[in-house]
Ligand binder design. Structure first.
Ligand SMILES: [Zn+2]
Ligand SMILES: [Zn+2]
Length: 239
């Protein structure tokens, strides 16, 4: 079982769900549940979870991609909802977290990739304008990567995961921070992701309107237009 439900995003799939700057997704894998990032605002996250009939009750760990408000904004509320909150986050960010949240059990992600369970992993905290951790998992159809903002660069992250798994990724989800990128840069990323063998692209959040429309026409059916409310159920197909 591999299911990703986007619960916070800049884009929404239904008027009943709040779209706002940020990203959060619930990952259900092998009957276990994880939360990847917490969005920009607790109130919107809460509203979206309710509208989607989702609950954090069985979430066994929170994964924080990086220390930016649009990924950590819902953290206080999320932590208050969990009994024994386990938090995976970059080493550079963990000390700060420990100061603010005494109740969490921090798992620092340093210079080595981390295995959360068989088939579900985090990259090391990759260098970039902002250090960041990305998630990757082995689904029935292939490797799925989820990024927060992809500050170390979407191409670098995909390259790294490909190096670690020895496989071309099946699907790339998350934000890839091209909202201020030039046409030239968008084109370069597009070409490199294709050359790396990425099969499907479901990027949203800080990817930006221009890059999203570019990918839509360039990837055709291989581009998944996703937002809050999108459920990516790998077993049953792509979306
Ligand atoms: Zn972001
Ligand atoms: Zn960011």
């Amino acid at each position: 079982m591999c299911k990703v439900t986007i619960v916070f995003d800049n884009y929404s799939t239904s008027p009943g769900l709040g779209a706002s700057w940020g990203y959060a997704a619930i990952i259900e894998f092998k009957n276990r549940k994880f939360l990847f990032d917490t969005g920009g605002e607790a109130e919107i996250l809460q509203k979206n979870l309710k509208a989607l009939g989702e609950s954090l009750k069985d979430v066994e760990a929170i994964i924080l991609s990086h220390n930016h408000w649009d990924h950590t904004g819902g953290l206080s509320w999320v932590v208050s909802q969990l009994k024994n909150p386990v938090v995976y986050a970059g080493e550079s960010y963990v000390n700060e977290l420990k100061k603010d949240f005494h109740e969490i059990r921090p798992h620092p992600v340093g210079k080595q990739p981390v295995k959360i369970l068989d088939g579900l992993y985090l990259t090391e905290e990759m260098e970039g304008p902002v250090k960041e951790v990305s998630l990757f998992l082995e689904s029935q159809k292939g490797i799925v990567i989820i990024t927060g903002c992809a500050h170390p660069g979407a191409v670098n992250i995909v390259k790294r995961v490909k190096e670690l798994t020895g496989e071309a990724p099946f699907l790339l989800l998350g934000g890839i921070h091209l909202y201020r990128a030039s046409k030239h840069e968008i084109k370069r990323v597009d070409e490199e992701l294709k050359a790396l063998g990425v099969k499907y692209l479901g990027v949203s959040h800080c990817t930006g309107e221009e890059a999203i429309s570019y990918f839509e026409s360039s990837w055709g059916e291989r581009f998944l237009k996703v937002g809050v409310g999108s459920v990516i159920n790998i077993k049953e197909g792509v979306i």
